[in-house]
Design a protein around this ligand. Structure first.
Ligand code: SAM
Ligand code: FES
Length: 445
Protein backbone atom coordinates (compact mmCIF):
# COMPACT_ATOMS: atom_id res chain seq x y z
CA UNK A 1 0.00 0.00 0.00
CA UNK A 2 1.32 3.41 -0.96
CA UNK A 3 1.43 6.04 1.75
CA UNK A 4 1.71 9.76 1.49
CA UNK A 5 3.08 11.92 4.29
CA UNK A 6 0.80 14.87 5.03
CA UNK A 7 3.44 16.39 7.34
CA UNK A 8 1.39 16.74 10.48
CA UNK A 9 3.42 17.46 13.56
CA UNK A 10 1.38 14.80 15.36
CA UNK A 11 3.06 12.16 13.15
CA UNK A 12 -0.14 11.19 11.40
CA UNK A 13 0.21 9.74 7.94
CA UNK A 14 -2.42 9.17 5.35
CA UNK A 15 -2.91 6.12 3.21
CA UNK A 16 -4.42 6.09 -0.25
CA UNK A 17 -7.32 3.83 0.56
CA UNK A 18 -8.05 4.45 4.20
CA UNK A 19 -8.74 7.92 5.54
CA UNK A 20 -6.26 8.50 8.38
CA UNK A 21 -4.70 5.73 10.39
CA UNK A 22 -1.81 5.37 12.78
CA UNK A 23 1.06 3.82 10.88
CA UNK A 24 3.85 1.75 12.33
CA UNK A 25 6.07 4.67 13.32
CA UNK A 26 6.09 4.23 17.06
CA UNK A 27 3.14 6.63 17.46
CA UNK A 28 0.74 3.96 18.60
CA UNK A 29 -1.35 5.57 21.33
CA UNK A 30 -2.08 2.23 22.99
CA UNK A 31 1.41 0.86 23.53
CA UNK A 32 0.26 -2.74 23.77
CA UNK A 33 -1.14 -2.89 20.25
CA UNK A 34 0.98 -4.51 17.57
CA UNK A 35 2.75 -2.53 14.89
CA UNK A 36 1.48 -2.63 11.31
CA UNK A 37 -1.97 -2.37 12.77
CA UNK A 38 -3.32 -0.78 9.61
CA UNK A 39 -2.64 -4.02 7.80
CA UNK A 40 -4.58 -5.99 10.37
CA UNK A 41 -7.39 -3.46 10.20
CA UNK A 42 -7.73 -3.90 6.47
CA UNK A 43 -8.27 -7.59 7.06
CA UNK A 44 -11.06 -6.65 9.47
CA UNK A 45 -9.28 -8.24 12.42
CA UNK A 46 -9.42 -5.29 14.79
CA UNK A 47 -12.32 -3.11 13.77
CA UNK A 48 -12.86 -1.63 17.18
CA UNK A 49 -9.24 -0.60 17.43
CA UNK A 50 -9.38 0.93 13.98
CA UNK A 51 -12.46 2.94 14.94
CA UNK A 52 -10.68 4.17 18.07
CA UNK A 53 -7.64 5.20 16.10
CA UNK A 54 -9.63 6.92 13.42
CA UNK A 55 -11.40 8.88 16.13
CA UNK A 56 -8.11 9.78 17.80
CA UNK A 57 -6.67 10.91 14.49
CA UNK A 58 -9.75 12.96 13.83
CA UNK A 59 -9.26 14.75 17.16
CA UNK A 60 -5.57 15.35 16.45
CA UNK A 61 -6.48 16.91 13.14
CA UNK A 62 -9.03 19.12 14.85
CA UNK A 63 -6.37 20.30 17.31
CA UNK A 64 -4.05 21.13 14.40
CA UNK A 65 -6.82 22.99 12.64
CA UNK A 66 -7.78 24.94 15.75
CA UNK A 67 -4.17 25.97 16.43
CA UNK A 68 -3.79 27.16 12.84
CA UNK A 69 -7.14 28.87 12.27
CA UNK A 70 -8.52 29.59 15.79
CA UNK A 71 -11.88 28.41 14.57
CA UNK A 72 -13.90 25.20 14.29
CA UNK A 73 -17.48 24.46 13.37
CA UNK A 74 -19.98 23.64 16.12
CA UNK A 75 -19.85 19.98 15.12
CA UNK A 76 -16.05 19.99 15.25
CA UNK A 77 -16.06 21.56 18.70
CA UNK A 78 -18.46 18.85 19.83
CA UNK A 79 -16.17 16.10 18.54
CA UNK A 80 -13.16 17.75 20.18
CA UNK A 81 -14.99 17.91 23.52
CA UNK A 82 -16.19 14.32 23.38
CA UNK A 83 -12.64 13.32 22.51
CA UNK A 84 -11.53 9.95 21.26
CA UNK A 85 -12.74 8.01 24.30
CA UNK A 86 -16.00 6.15 24.38
CA UNK A 87 -19.09 8.35 24.49
CA UNK A 88 -19.93 8.72 28.13
CA UNK A 89 -23.00 7.35 29.80
CA UNK A 90 -26.02 9.42 30.35
CA UNK A 91 -25.90 11.05 33.69
CA UNK A 92 -29.08 10.84 35.72
CA UNK A 93 -30.49 14.27 36.18
CA UNK A 94 -33.38 15.24 38.38
CA UNK A 95 -35.02 18.60 38.07
CA UNK A 96 -34.82 20.99 41.01
CA UNK A 97 -38.13 21.15 42.89
CA UNK A 98 -38.75 24.80 42.10
CA UNK A 99 -38.13 24.26 38.40
CA UNK A 100 -40.49 21.38 37.69
CA UNK A 101 -42.77 21.98 34.78
CA UNK A 102 -44.27 19.47 32.41
CA UNK A 103 -42.28 20.60 29.44
CA UNK A 104 -39.07 21.32 31.24
CA UNK A 105 -36.23 19.76 29.20
CA UNK A 106 -34.79 18.12 32.29
CA UNK A 107 -38.17 16.60 33.23
CA UNK A 108 -37.97 14.10 30.40
CA UNK A 109 -37.43 10.45 31.21
CA UNK A 110 -33.77 9.54 31.55
CA UNK A 111 -33.53 7.82 28.22
CA UNK A 112 -34.68 10.99 26.48
CA UNK A 113 -32.62 13.32 28.61
CA UNK A 114 -29.77 15.16 26.96
CA UNK A 115 -26.52 13.27 27.06
CA UNK A 116 -24.14 14.85 29.52
CA UNK A 117 -20.38 14.79 29.73
CA UNK A 118 -19.50 12.64 32.65
CA UNK A 119 -15.98 12.72 33.94
CA UNK A 120 -13.66 13.82 31.22
CA UNK A 121 -11.14 11.20 32.35
CA UNK A 122 -9.49 9.20 29.57
CA UNK A 123 -8.36 12.36 27.83
CA UNK A 124 -5.16 11.07 26.21
CA UNK A 125 -4.91 14.12 24.02
CA UNK A 126 -4.91 16.68 26.83
CA UNK A 127 -1.09 16.91 26.84
CA UNK A 128 -1.04 17.51 23.08
CA UNK A 129 -3.53 20.30 23.46
CA UNK A 130 -1.88 21.76 26.58
CA UNK A 131 1.53 21.85 24.93
CA UNK A 132 0.17 23.92 22.07
CA UNK A 133 -1.80 26.19 24.40
CA UNK A 134 1.21 26.86 26.64
CA UNK A 135 3.42 27.63 23.62
CA UNK A 136 0.88 30.16 22.35
CA UNK A 137 0.49 31.73 25.80
CA UNK A 138 4.27 31.94 26.31
CA UNK A 139 4.68 33.73 23.02
CA UNK A 140 2.30 36.46 24.17
CA UNK A 141 2.77 36.62 27.95
CA UNK A 142 6.11 34.81 28.57
CA UNK A 143 6.36 33.11 31.95
CA UNK A 144 4.38 35.79 33.76
CA UNK A 145 1.15 35.20 35.60
CA UNK A 146 -1.11 38.20 36.25
CA UNK A 147 -2.80 38.62 39.61
CA UNK A 148 -6.02 40.31 40.56
CA UNK A 149 -6.93 41.12 44.13
CA UNK A 150 -10.44 39.80 44.63
CA UNK A 151 -12.64 41.76 47.05
CA UNK A 152 -15.92 39.95 47.73
CA UNK A 153 -17.97 43.00 48.65
CA UNK A 154 -21.34 41.41 49.50
CA UNK A 155 -23.04 38.03 49.67
CA UNK A 156 -26.50 39.57 49.53
CA UNK A 157 -28.22 38.72 46.27
CA UNK A 158 -31.64 39.31 44.77
CA UNK A 159 -31.20 36.39 42.38
CA UNK A 160 -31.87 32.72 42.94
CA UNK A 161 -29.55 30.84 40.57
CA UNK A 162 -30.03 27.13 41.28
CA UNK A 163 -26.30 26.45 41.56
CA UNK A 164 -25.21 29.35 43.75
CA UNK A 165 -24.62 29.16 47.50
CA UNK A 166 -25.47 32.83 48.10
CA UNK A 167 -28.83 32.69 46.25
CA UNK A 168 -31.58 34.60 47.99
CA UNK A 169 -33.49 31.47 49.06
CA UNK A 170 -30.58 30.10 51.06
CA UNK A 171 -31.66 30.84 54.62
CA UNK A 172 -28.48 29.29 56.05
CA UNK A 173 -26.31 31.90 54.43
CA UNK A 174 -24.92 34.38 56.95
CA UNK A 175 -25.23 37.64 55.01
CA UNK A 176 -22.72 40.51 55.01
CA UNK A 177 -21.99 43.66 53.09
CA UNK A 178 -18.67 45.55 53.19
CA UNK A 179 -18.71 49.28 53.85
CA UNK A 180 -17.08 51.72 51.46
CA UNK A 181 -14.25 52.20 53.98
CA UNK A 182 -13.67 48.44 54.26
CA UNK A 183 -13.50 48.04 50.47
CA UNK A 184 -11.05 50.91 50.11
CA UNK A 185 -8.87 49.62 52.91
CA UNK A 186 -8.76 46.13 51.23
CA UNK A 187 -7.54 47.86 48.06
CA UNK A 188 -4.92 49.86 50.01
CA UNK A 189 -3.63 46.68 51.62
CA UNK A 190 -3.61 44.95 48.23
CA UNK A 191 -1.62 47.78 46.69
CA UNK A 192 1.10 47.32 49.32
CA UNK A 193 1.19 43.61 48.49
CA UNK A 194 1.79 44.32 44.79
CA UNK A 195 -1.71 44.12 43.29
CA UNK A 196 -2.45 46.52 40.45
CA UNK A 197 -5.93 45.26 39.65
CA UNK A 198 -8.84 45.03 42.08
CA UNK A 199 -11.90 42.98 41.31
CA UNK A 200 -15.03 44.03 43.18
CA UNK A 201 -17.34 41.04 43.11
CA UNK A 202 -20.64 40.38 44.82
CA UNK A 203 -24.20 39.21 44.68
CA UNK A 204 -26.73 41.50 43.05
CA UNK A 205 -27.14 43.58 46.17
CA UNK A 206 -29.43 46.60 45.63
CA UNK A 207 -27.46 48.55 48.25
CA UNK A 208 -24.73 49.10 45.65
CA UNK A 209 -26.46 51.77 43.63
CA UNK A 210 -24.54 53.62 40.95
CA UNK A 211 -23.99 56.43 43.42
CA UNK A 212 -22.33 54.14 45.99
CA UNK A 213 -20.24 52.27 43.42
CA UNK A 214 -19.11 55.49 41.72
CA UNK A 215 -17.82 56.79 45.05
CA UNK A 216 -15.91 53.54 45.66
CA UNK A 217 -14.45 53.38 42.15
CA UNK A 218 -13.36 57.04 42.23
CA UNK A 219 -11.81 56.63 45.62
CA UNK A 220 -9.76 53.57 44.58
CA UNK A 221 -8.67 55.34 41.41
CA UNK A 222 -7.72 58.48 43.37
CA UNK A 223 -5.61 56.47 45.81
CA UNK A 224 -4.09 54.24 43.12
CA UNK A 225 -4.23 55.81 39.66
CA UNK A 226 -1.93 53.13 38.26
CA UNK A 227 -4.45 50.37 39.06
CA UNK A 228 -7.31 48.82 37.11
CA UNK A 229 -10.74 48.34 38.65
CA UNK A 230 -12.76 45.34 37.54
CA UNK A 231 -16.41 44.98 38.46
CA UNK A 232 -18.31 41.72 38.76
CA UNK A 233 -21.66 42.85 40.09
CA UNK A 234 -24.06 41.08 37.75
CA UNK A 235 -26.71 42.40 35.41
CA UNK A 236 -27.38 46.15 35.34
CA UNK A 237 -28.81 48.67 32.87
CA UNK A 238 -26.87 50.25 30.01
CA UNK A 239 -27.00 53.59 31.82
CA UNK A 240 -25.57 52.07 34.97
CA UNK A 241 -22.71 50.31 33.15
CA UNK A 242 -21.94 53.55 31.33
CA UNK A 243 -21.89 55.64 34.51
CA UNK A 244 -19.60 53.15 36.26
CA UNK A 245 -17.26 53.11 33.28
CA UNK A 246 -17.15 56.89 33.24
CA UNK A 247 -16.31 56.83 36.95
CA UNK A 248 -13.19 54.82 36.12
CA UNK A 249 -14.13 51.10 36.04
CA UNK A 250 -11.93 49.46 33.42
CA UNK A 251 -13.20 45.90 33.17
CA UNK A 252 -16.36 43.91 33.79
CA UNK A 253 -16.72 40.19 34.42
CA UNK A 254 -20.09 38.64 33.68
CA UNK A 255 -20.04 34.94 32.95
CA UNK A 256 -22.58 34.05 30.29
CA UNK A 257 -22.97 30.71 32.22
CA UNK A 258 -24.04 28.80 29.10
CA UNK A 259 -24.48 29.83 25.49
CA UNK A 260 -27.53 27.60 25.11
CA UNK A 261 -30.79 29.39 25.90
CA UNK A 262 -32.68 26.26 26.95
CA UNK A 263 -29.84 25.13 29.21
CA UNK A 264 -29.66 28.64 30.70
CA UNK A 265 -33.30 28.41 31.73
CA UNK A 266 -32.66 25.08 33.52
CA UNK A 267 -29.94 26.69 35.66
CA UNK A 268 -31.92 29.80 36.57
CA UNK A 269 -35.42 30.67 37.68
CA UNK A 270 -37.88 32.12 35.17
CA UNK A 271 -37.20 35.74 36.21
CA UNK A 272 -33.68 35.49 34.82
CA UNK A 273 -33.17 35.48 31.09
CA UNK A 274 -30.49 34.41 28.67
CA UNK A 275 -31.34 37.33 26.40
CA UNK A 276 -30.72 39.84 29.18
CA UNK A 277 -27.38 38.23 30.03
CA UNK A 278 -26.31 38.50 26.41
CA UNK A 279 -27.62 42.08 26.20
CA UNK A 280 -25.41 42.99 29.16
CA UNK A 281 -22.29 41.48 27.59
CA UNK A 282 -22.84 43.25 24.30
CA UNK A 283 -23.50 46.60 25.96
CA UNK A 284 -20.45 46.30 28.19
CA UNK A 285 -18.33 45.79 25.09
CA UNK A 286 -20.00 48.69 23.30
CA UNK A 287 -19.38 51.04 26.25
CA UNK A 288 -15.66 50.27 26.14
CA UNK A 289 -14.99 47.91 29.05
CA UNK A 290 -12.53 45.04 28.77
CA UNK A 291 -15.16 42.32 29.06
CA UNK A 292 -15.04 38.84 30.56
CA UNK A 293 -17.53 36.06 29.95
CA UNK A 294 -17.34 32.43 31.09
CA UNK A 295 -19.15 29.34 32.27
CA UNK A 296 -19.07 26.49 34.75
CA UNK A 297 -17.69 23.19 33.53
CA UNK A 298 -19.98 20.28 34.35
CA UNK A 299 -22.99 22.37 35.32
CA UNK A 300 -26.04 20.13 35.72
CA UNK A 301 -27.50 19.03 32.40
CA UNK A 302 -24.50 20.29 30.41
CA UNK A 303 -23.83 18.36 27.20
CA UNK A 304 -21.02 18.35 24.66
CA UNK A 305 -23.38 20.30 22.38
CA UNK A 306 -23.79 23.00 25.03
CA UNK A 307 -20.04 23.26 25.52
CA UNK A 308 -19.55 23.44 21.75
CA UNK A 309 -21.89 26.45 21.74
CA UNK A 310 -19.88 28.03 24.58
CA UNK A 311 -16.71 27.65 22.54
CA UNK A 312 -18.33 29.03 19.40
CA UNK A 313 -19.62 31.98 21.41
CA UNK A 314 -16.10 32.65 22.75
CA UNK A 315 -14.68 32.37 19.23
CA UNK A 316 -17.15 34.97 17.96
CA UNK A 317 -17.34 37.32 20.97
CA UNK A 318 -13.57 37.32 21.56
CA UNK A 319 -13.76 38.29 25.23
CA UNK A 320 -10.79 40.01 26.87
CA UNK A 321 -11.18 37.67 29.85
CA UNK A 322 -12.82 34.29 30.18
CA UNK A 323 -13.56 32.70 33.56
CA UNK A 324 -14.19 28.99 33.55
CA UNK A 325 -14.15 26.70 36.55
CA UNK A 326 -15.79 23.45 37.56
CA UNK A 327 -19.32 23.51 38.92
CA UNK A 328 -19.18 22.42 42.57
CA UNK A 329 -22.40 21.63 44.43
CA UNK A 330 -23.45 23.64 47.46
CA UNK A 331 -25.37 21.81 50.17
CA UNK A 332 -28.11 24.45 50.46
CA UNK A 333 -29.05 24.69 46.79
CA UNK A 334 -31.38 22.68 44.54
CA UNK A 335 -28.25 21.24 42.87
CA UNK A 336 -26.84 19.88 46.13
CA UNK A 337 -26.74 16.28 44.81
CA UNK A 338 -25.33 17.00 41.39
CA UNK A 339 -21.81 15.82 40.60
CA UNK A 340 -19.04 18.41 40.39
CA UNK A 341 -17.32 19.21 37.11
CA UNK A 342 -13.89 17.66 36.66
CA UNK A 343 -10.34 18.91 36.71
CA UNK A 344 -9.58 17.06 33.47
CA UNK A 345 -12.36 18.56 31.42
CA UNK A 346 -11.76 22.06 32.84
CA UNK A 347 -8.05 21.93 31.91
CA UNK A 348 -8.89 20.50 28.49
CA UNK A 349 -11.28 23.41 27.87
CA UNK A 350 -8.75 25.98 29.16
CA UNK A 351 -6.32 24.75 26.50
CA UNK A 352 -8.96 24.91 23.79
CA UNK A 353 -9.96 28.46 24.77
CA UNK A 354 -6.31 29.59 24.68
CA UNK A 355 -6.07 28.26 21.11
CA UNK A 356 -9.37 29.82 20.07
CA UNK A 357 -8.41 33.28 21.29
CA UNK A 358 -4.66 33.45 22.08
CA UNK A 359 -4.49 36.80 23.96
CA UNK A 360 -7.42 36.04 26.27
CA UNK A 361 -6.85 36.56 30.01
CA UNK A 362 -7.69 33.18 31.46
CA UNK A 363 -7.78 32.62 35.22
CA UNK A 364 -6.90 29.40 36.99
CA UNK A 365 -9.88 29.76 39.30
CA UNK A 366 -10.43 29.15 43.00
CA UNK A 367 -12.99 26.49 42.05
CA UNK A 368 -10.24 24.62 40.19
CA UNK A 369 -8.06 24.84 43.30
CA UNK A 370 -11.00 23.56 45.34
CA UNK A 371 -11.55 20.33 43.38
CA UNK A 372 -7.84 19.48 43.37
CA UNK A 373 -5.01 20.67 45.64
CA UNK A 374 -2.89 21.46 42.58
CA UNK A 375 -5.79 22.55 40.39
CA UNK A 376 -4.57 26.11 39.87
CA UNK A 377 -1.07 24.97 38.94
CA UNK A 378 -2.57 22.51 36.46
CA UNK A 379 -4.78 25.26 35.07
CA UNK A 380 -1.70 27.40 34.37
CA UNK A 381 0.00 24.40 32.79
CA UNK A 382 -3.02 23.97 30.54
CA UNK A 383 -2.83 27.56 29.25
CA UNK A 384 -4.30 29.87 31.91
CA UNK A 385 -2.35 33.04 32.85
CA UNK A 386 -4.20 34.73 35.73
CA UNK A 387 -4.74 33.97 39.41
CA UNK A 388 -7.03 35.83 41.76
CA UNK A 389 -5.92 35.74 45.39
CA UNK A 390 -8.48 36.82 47.94
CA UNK A 391 -8.23 40.31 49.47
CA UNK A 392 -11.53 40.23 51.37
CA UNK A 393 -11.37 40.76 55.15
CA UNK A 394 -10.78 37.38 56.83
CA UNK A 395 -13.93 37.90 58.92
CA UNK A 396 -16.21 37.55 55.88
CA UNK A 397 -14.33 35.08 53.71
CA UNK A 398 -16.12 31.99 54.85
CA UNK A 399 -19.44 33.71 54.17
CA UNK A 400 -18.86 34.10 50.44
CA UNK A 401 -19.56 30.40 49.94
CA UNK A 402 -20.64 29.93 46.36
CA UNK A 403 -20.00 26.16 46.67
CA UNK A 404 -18.96 23.70 49.37
CA UNK A 405 -15.38 23.49 50.68
CA UNK A 406 -14.20 26.67 48.95
CA UNK A 407 -10.47 27.20 49.60
CA UNK A 408 -8.63 30.35 50.77
CA UNK A 409 -11.25 31.25 53.37
CA UNK A 410 -8.94 31.34 56.41
CA UNK A 411 -5.79 33.09 55.26
CA UNK A 412 -4.79 36.73 55.49
CA UNK A 413 -4.39 38.55 52.16
CA UNK A 414 -0.60 38.50 52.39
CA UNK A 415 -0.63 34.75 53.02
CA UNK A 416 -2.94 34.20 50.08
CA UNK A 417 -0.69 36.13 47.72
CA UNK A 418 2.44 34.49 49.16
CA UNK A 419 0.91 31.05 48.75
CA UNK A 420 0.05 31.64 45.09
CA UNK A 421 3.44 33.20 44.48
CA UNK A 422 5.24 30.07 45.67
CA UNK A 423 2.81 27.79 43.84
CA UNK A 424 3.55 29.61 40.58
CA UNK A 425 7.31 29.54 41.20
CA UNK A 426 7.10 25.79 41.80
CA UNK A 427 5.98 25.33 38.19
CA UNK A 428 8.39 27.86 36.66
CA UNK A 429 6.14 30.92 36.46
CA UNK A 430 6.18 34.22 38.34
CA UNK A 431 3.52 36.60 39.59
CA UNK A 432 4.01 40.15 38.35
CA UNK A 433 3.16 43.55 39.77
CA UNK A 434 1.27 44.81 36.76
CA UNK A 435 -2.27 45.84 35.81
CA UNK A 436 -2.22 42.86 33.48
CA UNK A 437 -4.18 44.27 30.58
CA UNK A 438 -5.05 42.08 27.64
CA UNK A 439 -2.41 42.25 24.88
CA UNK A 440 -3.94 43.54 21.72
CA UNK A 441 -2.38 41.40 19.03
CA UNK A 442 -3.56 42.36 15.61
CA UNK A 443 -6.52 44.40 16.91
CA UNK A 444 -10.18 43.42 17.18
CA UNK A 445 -12.30 42.69 14.20
N1 SAM B 1 -23.32 38.30 40.84
C1 SAM B 1 -22.25 38.36 39.91
C2 SAM B 1 -22.61 37.65 38.62
O1 SAM B 1 -23.71 37.10 38.55
O2 SAM B 1 -21.84 37.69 37.67
C3 SAM B 1 -20.94 37.81 40.45
C4 SAM B 1 -21.00 36.78 41.48
S1 SAM B 1 -21.37 35.15 40.88
C5 SAM B 1 -21.45 34.27 42.35
C6 SAM B 1 -19.81 34.65 40.18
C7 SAM B 1 -19.78 33.32 39.49
O3 SAM B 1 -19.68 32.25 40.43
C8 SAM B 1 -20.99 32.94 38.69
O4 SAM B 1 -20.96 33.59 37.45
C9 SAM B 1 -20.91 31.43 38.59
O5 SAM B 1 -20.39 31.01 37.34
C10 SAM B 1 -19.95 31.06 39.74
N2 SAM B 1 -20.60 30.10 40.64
C11 SAM B 1 -21.71 30.27 41.36
N3 SAM B 1 -22.06 29.12 42.00
C12 SAM B 1 -21.12 28.20 41.68
C13 SAM B 1 -20.94 26.83 41.99
N4 SAM B 1 -21.80 26.16 42.74
N5 SAM B 1 -19.86 26.19 41.48
C14 SAM B 1 -18.98 26.86 40.71
N6 SAM B 1 -19.11 28.15 40.36
C15 SAM B 1 -20.18 28.83 40.83
FE1 FES C 1 -26.71 35.90 43.06
FE2 FES C 1 -25.31 33.76 42.99
S1 FES C 1 -27.50 33.91 43.03
S2 FES C 1 -24.55 35.77 43.02
Amino acid sequence: MKTEDVSLSSGITKTENLPFVWMSQGHCPRGSKPRNTHYKMEKGIDKEYMADNLKENDIKLLIEKLAATHSLSLEEYRRLIEGPGKVQDREKFSVPEDNKTKNHPLSRPDDEAPRTIKTGKDRELSPVLAEKAVAVRKEIYGDTVFTRGLIEISNICKNDCYYCGIRKSNRNCDRYRLTEEQIISCADEGYELGFRTFVLQGGEDPYYTDEVLIRIIKSIKDHHPDCAVTLSMGERSYESYKALHEAGADRYLLRHETADKEHYQTLHPAEMSFDNRMRCLKELREIGYQVGCGFMVGSPGQTAEHLAKDLKFIEEFKPDMCGIGPFIPHKDTPFRDKPAGTLELTCYLLSIIRLIHPPVLLPATTALGTIHPLGREMGIQAGANVVMPNLSPVTVRNKYMLYDNKICTGEESAQCRGCLDSRMRSIGYRLVTDRGDVKNIGGKE
